[in-house]
Design a protein around this ligand. Sequence first.
Ligand SMILES: N[C@H](CCC[C@H](N)C(=O)O)C(=O)O
Length: 276
Amino acid sequence: MLISFAKMQGLGNDFMVVDTISQPIYFNEAQIRRLADRHYGIGFDQLLLVEAPQQPDVDFHYRIFNADGKEVEQCGNGARCLAKFVKMMGLTWKYKLRISTLKGVISSRMHKDGNVTVEMGVPVLSPQRIPMRYAEQNTEYSVETHGIRHKVGALSLGNPHCVMTVEDVSRASVDDWGSAICQHNIFPEQVNVGFMQVVERNHIKLRVYERGVGETLACGTGACAAAAIGQLQDKLDKRVKVQLPGGRLTIDWEGDGQPLYMTGPAEFVFEGQIEL
Ligand SMILES: N[C@H](CCC[C@H](N)C(=O)O)C(=O)O
């Protein structure tokens, strides 16, 4: 069976995007892993499936699968690419969309300069709902791996994130510490691990070890998590420029109980077909 897809990327975080409205298709974990392979397959960090809405006042439903084949709850860079994809493919004429995911509804707005702003929802801070095995909610938690006690902030944007502050991101042990913390038993569903360097109160550098992928060039929900955790720890202001290896996002957050807004680019790379 030939499947049409688009390859897209948001600051180098790359995606295979499939319209499953006009071509109803499902992929099992093994197929996703094969397609994600950068030698034997198409190569991507996440697979995004665009589906018809499952509830009123929503334009599309959107399913997200990491390169390891597992379905996850949210993807920020993917949401910007999806907004551009549905417009490009003529699935909508709208510039503002409401998009449901596994854990909630987000909304996107496309700007004339091609950038997309996504309202990413209200971050969840209670440990039990991240989920994280900690009784009390705090702005900082200790997570010990390899005899090192890491201090991290943690929250959920539908998907779980923790963020540590480092002096210099270019020297952070992203792979070693990232994989150890990601699989730490304090996070029953694993976790995305951010390494944040505070340059100024409105500017950070960030690298992210993503659950189910490893380090990516950019992570939209990771940028949101770092901006919010940095604000909660009184290190950052309400608007933060987040410099990731793949490029820059702007994150706005009015504080606890309010939604996060992420603004950045979304690029179409190529369209193709693949035999499943
Ligand atoms: N790896 C993440 C999903 C993708 C998030 C990222 N690509 C983004 O832009 O938010 C997780 O397992 O929760």
